[in-house]
Design a protein around this ligand. Structure first.
Ligand code: ATP
Ligand code: MG
Length: 334
């Protein structure tokens, strides 16, 4: 059992188009996700209904012969959009669906696909994805009209050539209260593609909170040192501030590589964030840590309390709350 201590600051990843393409698979955390082990909450019937709709979508891929197969796939649209709050299992269902798809398939976040187009150029990205059976897009962003338009055009080309698409909603800004579902915005933004998508709404509670009592673990400096020494594999150790400055120097689409191969990330002297841009970058990093199930060790302010009251009351409230839910899971090892 060996521990390698490193620093995030020494890791400055770049990613080529080929590397991004190779990373278009579900995060490790969803290796075991299937439609069967999704447990619909009886209090929220939309969850069982969502499983039924996703199952129907996947049925078109079942090998079967003759007329029946055609009939079965007949009234299913080529696209499906899973819309809901955080932690209701959207990514779980998306990954389960991806596993049922035969042939050449891709799975990535919206940000990863935009990074792919950024690295390869639009035409090359289309060439790469064209002919795929299935393309899954997690956390479809509607924040940037240019990116949304580009993605809509890309998906249009893919659907026209026979690719089937599944997407999940991202947590939109200004989603306080009634903006909970993003479907109407999604349909409006994707214009002509709208009638190719079935909308599936999933409501419910944050699944991670069903079992976890709500606080991130904060360690004393001595405890932190002990925990660091007990890590098997590579653990980065950095001051929270230095880590935030480093995140600012890297495009968020590369955070996945920044944390690649790490067993744990230790952050010293965590404090409440007062800058929204820092906070959003930290959220993006937490998302990738969560995808990779990289343990987080921290001293200072508990990580579920780094987003101040003002931030939590603002437009990105849901993004912060989701990060809190993920940080509790990553620091408690649950
Ligand atoms: N109904 C469920 N049954 C079994 N596991 C679930 C269920 N809902 C969620 N999970 C599990 O809970 C965790 C969080 O779910 P997931 O990440 O799929 O939610 P999400 O809706 O994509 O949330 P987010 O808004 O954070 O992206 C995952 O590990 C997932 O496998
Ligand atoms: Mg998700």
């Amino acid at each position: 059992m060996t521990t390698t201590v490193a620093s995030l600051l020494d890791r400055a990843p770049t990613m080529s188009g080929a590397e991004i393409a190779a990373s278009l698979v579900p995060p490790r955390q969803f290796d075991d996700a299937t439609l069967d082990n999704y447990r619909p909450d009886p209090d929220y019937p939309s969850q069982a209904a969502a499983v039924a709709k996703v199952t129907a979508f996947a049925a078109a891929w079942k090998p079967s012969s003759g007329l029946f197969s055609r009939r079965r796939g007949g009234d299913v649209k080529p696209g499906i959009y899973l819309d809901g709050g955080f932690g209701v299992g959207k990514t779980h269902l998306l990954a389960a669906l991806w596993k049922l798809a035969p042939g050449r398939t891709y799975f990535g976040t919206f940000i990863e696909y935009t990074a792919l187009v950024g690295a390869l150029g639009y035409a090359e990205a289309v060439k790469l994805l064209r002919g795929a059976t299935f393309v899954a897009i997690d956390e479809f962003e509607l924040d940037d009209p240019g990116d949304t338009m580009m993605m809509t055009r890309l998906l249009g080309e893919l659907v026209d050539s026979g690719t089937r698409i599944a997407a999940t909603s991202n947590t939109p800004p200004n989603a306080l209260g009634e903006g909970r579902f993003a479907a109407s915005d999604f349909l409006r933004e994707i214009h002509a593609l709208a009638d190719r998508f079935d909308i599936v709404r999933i409501d419910g509670l944050d699944y991670r909170r069903r079992d976890i009592e709500g606080h991130a673990v904060s360690l004393s400096d001595a405890e932190l040192d002990t925990e660091i020494r007990s890590v098997t594999g590579t653990v980065t150790v950095d001051d929270f501030d230095a880590a935030l400055r480093h995140l600012a120097s890297i495009h968020p689409s590369r955070y996945v590589k920044l944390i690649d191969g790490l067993s744990a990330v230790a952050l010293r002297s965590v404090h409440v964030l007062d800058d929204q841009t820092d906070a959003l970058r930290f959220v993006a990093a937490v998302d990738r840590l969560y995808d990779g199930q990289v343990r987080v060790l921290a001293s200072g302010v508990p990580l579920d309390q780094v987003f101040g009251a003002e931030m939590l009351a603002g437009g990105y409230r849901k993004k912060y709350l989701r990060a809190v839910s993920r940080l509790i899971a990553l620091t408690t090892g649950s």
